[in-house]
Design a protein around this ligand. Structure first.
Ligand code: NAP
Ligand code: MG
Length: 515
């Protein structure tokens, strides 16, 4: 019997022993920086001449690792390895496959701080953010393992006399797993393990900024004994091998999390049926957000300001769920705006490896330039109230930035910036605030701060987002507690960490025998 699912607890770093354990983990990881990592195809390590340079965004001169880079020929080899492994992996029972996930979760738990430390270095996650990422990765393994066991159980059917009827779930085939860099362990692990436990084999193309963390999952799955060819790891350029794998006639499904732009591209390409292809590809695409926190005239304003700032600036706003619009009722606008500005200015920006840093760097140079460009656009669209440019350090540091009196249709109120920038918008009434909140092409997360029950019920019905929160932040979804995924251009609402998720990677077969 598998015990009931429980979320992995977060680490309290104010406890001296925990703080010391994290410092030790950072020292261990620091001593391992700069190593070289291979591809992993069909159970074999494969080295390539070309390499991806993974650097520390808090310190541009620090090399985190050099990672082998697959070309199309190696992507093809990975596809062939996955096809071969599917023959036997698909025939194992759900319960048997689930055991690999439970084993991997146990290994991750033992290496928890080390994995978090890798994320401090490679993704620029502060201690608390990295710790939450590792905990979520463990949760995905534990949760999808249990879901697989449940899916393997007999499915209830109506009965007719004289027949024995049964329905069961079978896997799809080879899946292409394309995760983002912003939850480089959690989302990577969730997307990979869900596909695998359902009986599919996968070609994993990690995001280029965070391939070393992705390698850690490969290490862990190997230690857990995953059979050769079930998990193939092929870092490489999205446009070169990404397109190749998406277009491949043997690709059965694509599980993608990332930007709207790339998600739409994959969706369109996957619709084309290629010679030799005997199915319609399935696409799960989770994409961007332009998430809003609405503050009503009757609300705990201090709490609202705190949660706006946390949701907007933790991990430098690089979460699909991050608050990038705060929509404030006109009666409390000035008070909340003043407090948000005060809190934003007080945040300590610095290297993610330092325990006191509250805001780390953004991921890389192109993100850095793009965010700074949006800040310049914002200076023409709203009133700059806090931040407004680069912050000090040898990394991609940007000041927590607040713009006031932003028009709901301004570019900074409509386009995903994916950085530490929040637009404050004035609303005439509560209903007006919800209308503004809905007036984007996205629909991922949203929060409402209100003490008015009618207003909360109005928002429950009318605020069109996949994950809606009342009187709390709009980030920090927990596996099994807040199944996660958005509407409209935020994606296919696949609800990661929820009971429907594994169905996406299976197909149901019904068998009837006349007695
Ligand atoms: P991205 O630029 O779209 O990249 C995501 C992945 O797609 C990466 O592995 C990338 O590889 C790959 N890729 C790029 N071009 C490709 C192509 N032509 N074919 C196949 N794959 C391709 O997104 P990101 O910058 O990593 O992540 C940030 C975005 O993810 C934000 O928009 C955020 O809102 C979104 N996100 C959404 C959710 C959600 O649950 N809805 C969760 C987290 C993040 P390379 O790195 O090699 O380019
Ligand atoms: Mg990108």
């Amino acid at each position: 019997m598998v015990p009931e699912f429980r979320n992995e607890p977060l680490t309290d770093f104010s406890v001296p022993a925990n703080r010391q354990a994290m410092l030790d983990a950072l020292a261990k990881v620091r001593s391992e920086l700069g190593r070289t990592y291979p591809l992993f195809i069909g159970g074999e390590e494969v080295m390539t001449e070309a390499k991806i340079r993974s650097i520390n965004p808090s310190n541009k001169d620090e090399l985190v690792g050099l990672v082998a880079k697959a070309d199309q020929a190696l992507a093809e080899r990975a596809m062939q390895a996955a096809l071969k492994a599917f023959e036997s992996w698909s025939r194992k029972s759900f319960t048997e496959r689930a055991r690999y996930l439970f084993k991997a979760a146990a290994i991750m738990r033992r290496r928890k701080h080390e994995l978090s430390a890798w994320m401090c270095f490679e993704a620029g996650k502060t201690w608390a953010e990295a710790d939450a990422d590792t905990a979520e990765a463990i949760d995905f393994l534990e949760f999808y393992g249990r879901e697989a066991v449940r899916m393997g159980e007999p499915q209830p059917l109506a009965r007719i006399p004289g027949e024995d009827n049964e329905q069961f779930y079978i896997p799809l085939g080879v899946g292409i797993i394309i995760p983002p860099w912003n939850f480089p362990l959690a989302i990577l692990t969730g997307m990979t393990s869900s596909a695998i436990v359902a009986g599919n084999t996968v070609v994993l193309k990690p995001a280029s900024p965070t391939p070393v963390i992705a390698w850690k999952l490969v290490e862990i799955m190997r230690e857990a004994g995953i059979p050769d060819g079930v998990l193939n790891y092929v870092p490489g350029s999205g446009s070169e091998i990404g397109d190749y794998l998406v277009d491949h006639p043997k690709t059965r499904f694509i599980s993608f999390t990332g930007s709207r732009e790339v998600g739409v591209r994959i969706y369109e390409r996957a619709a084309k049926v290629h010679p030799g292809q005997i199915w319609l590809k399935r696409v799960v695409a989770e994409m961007g957000g332009k998430d809003a926190i609405v503050v009503d005239s009757e609300a705990d304003l201090e709490e609202a300001a705190l949660q706006i700032v946390g949701s907007a600036f933790n991990f430098s706003g690089q979460k699909c769920s991050a608050c990038s619009r705060a929509i404030l009722h006109k009666d409390i606008y000035d008070q909340v705006a003043a407090r948000v500005v005060e809190l934003a200015k007080s945040m300590r920006v610095g290297p993610a490896t330092e325990p006191d840093s509250q805001v780390g760097p953004v991921i890389d140079e192109s993100a850095y330039n793009k965010i700074l460009e949006y800040i310049e656009i914002g200076k023409g669209e709203g009133k700059l109230l806090a931040g407004g440019g680069k912050a000090e350090g040898n990394g991609y540091f940007i000041q927590p930035t607040v713009f006031g009196d932003v028009d709901p249709h301004a570019r900074i109120a409509q386009e995903e910036i994916f950085g530490p920038v929040v637009a404050l918008i004035r609303a005439d009434s509560f209903e007006d605030a919800i209308r503004i909140a809905n007036d984007t092409e996205y629909g991922l997360t949203g929060s409402v701060f209100s003490r008015n029950r009618d207003h909360l019920e109005y928002a429950r019905r009318e605020f069109h987002v996949g994950n809606l929160y009342f009187n709390r932040k709009c980030t920090g979804a927990l596996v099994g507690v807040h199944p996660f995924g958005g509407f409209n251009m935020s994606g296919t609402d696949s609800k990661a960490g929820g009971r429907d998720y594994l169905l996406l990677f299976t197909q149901a077969k019904a068998v009837s025998e006349k007695l």
